[in-house]
Design a protein around this ligand. Structure first.
Ligand code: CNA
Length: 329
């Protein structure tokens, strides 16, 4: 069965740019511990018998600005603390809860053919994800703080909830790999429209139509078989430049996004924070990998503590929450 996301026919340029990485096999294992893989740190080569590279080492690299080109990759797991279910967590995941949308199988909601016959389930989901319905959480604001401190090279997100934008990270720092609800395109005449042109209809349970040709207007979310946004090609520049890779809340199952986790240099530390051990962290771990298994909020809080940023982050969250409260009044 196809994975959600543009796995089938993404743009030829993106394909050649990505090179020959394969998805590999996934071995998900549940653990509730934090573990570090390998032994050598960026501080110099250390034998396997010596100190493991740890969360504290990663914090030190950020705190001392030894790493200043941090690339972040995220998935649905960073938005579950905001109340948005992920796809694959048994029971609570979106795929388990799609019965209400009356669709033949879960992935159909993101298939163009199904959408052209019955766009309503997709727009029901869109209404649920309306930008005002959910708020960024501590994880989004941690990335915002990384940006404010001039340490964020780019944040690559698979999420379509737009919470990275809401947290105040500029769009220039984001690659929304699976698209965005911030704009829409007419499925017939291909005219582009800003989000203001379709949300009113979506909120009134109407299918938004192009004011020019009356074709269905589809928000710019990447469906199966559609090319990824052009900005995804930024990875060709960003990943070779990265000096630290943070990966949070993703099952690393959707290509080509998942393979980016292997696109940084072999000596670049990678910190993976997730409930499950997946992807290359399970089947091809590197010496400078740090893996934190368990709840993503707990791990980020711990990292923020180690950085000594707890108070600063609380202030930022308070300020930004105040702005959102004002907006929603
Ligand atoms: P996924 O396949 O559902 O995986 C999510 C991962 O996050 C899983 O490994 C979970 O165990 C883990 N996870 C969930 N909650 C937590 C938590 N609190 N603490 C630690 N780990 C947690 O999602 P991916 O993003 O990897 O899959 C790719 C799809 C899902 C993307 O294309 C997304 O667009 C799509 N999606 C997005 C949203 C959103 O925009 N918020 C929601 C649901 C699905």
């Amino acid at each position: 069965m196809a994975q959600w996301g543009p796995v089938a026919r993404w743009g030829r340029r993106a394909l050649s740019a990505l090179g020959p990485w394969g998805p590999g096999s996934i071995t998900g294992r549940r653990r509730s511990i934090s573990l570090s893989v390998g032994a050598s740190g960026i501080f110099g080569s250390r034998g396997n018998s010596e100190k493991k590279f740890s969360l504290q080492d990663v914090a030190e690299l950020i705190r001392t600005r030894a790493c200043q080109r941090v690339v972040v990759m995220v998935g649905a797991g960073i938005s579950t603390p905001s109340g948005i279910p992920d796809f694959r967590s048994p029971g609570s995941g979106l795929y388990s809860n799609l019965q209400q949308y009356n669709i033949p199988y879960p992935e159909a909601i993101f298939e163009l053919e199904f959408f052209s016959h019955n766009p309503k389930p997709f727009f029901t989901l869109a209404k649920e994800l309306y930008p005002g319905n959910y708020r960024p959480n501590i994880i989004h604001y941690f990335f915002r703080l990384l940006h404010d401190k001039g340490l964020l090279l780019r944040l690559y997100t698979q999420n379509i909830d737009g919470l990275e934008r809401v947290s105040g990270i500029p769009v220039s720092k984001l690659v929304e790999a699976h698209g965005t609800f911030a704009s829409a395109t007419c499925t017939v005449c291909r005219r582009s429209f800003p989000e203001e042109d379709f949300w009113a209809d979506v909120m009134m349970d109407r299918v938004p139509c192009c004011p020019v040709c009356v074709g269905i207007m589809k928000p710019d979310i990447v469906f199966f078989g559609e090319p990824l946004p052009e900005r995804f090609l930024l990875h060709v520049l960003d990943f070779p430049m990265a000096d630290l890779l943070l990966i949070l809340g993703t099952s690393l199952k959707v290509e080509p996004f998942a393979s980016l986790s292997e696109a940084v240099g072999g000596s670049v530390p990678r910190l993976f924070i997730n409930r499950d051990l997946v992807g290359s962290f399970a089947w091809r771990p590197r010496s400078r990998d740090v893996v934190q298994l368990g709840d993503v909020v707990h791990s980020v809080q711990r990292l923020v503590e180690l950085l000594g940023w707890t108070e600063e982050l609380q202030d930022l969250i308070q300020r930004e929450t105040g702005k959102l409260d004002g907006r929603d009044k």
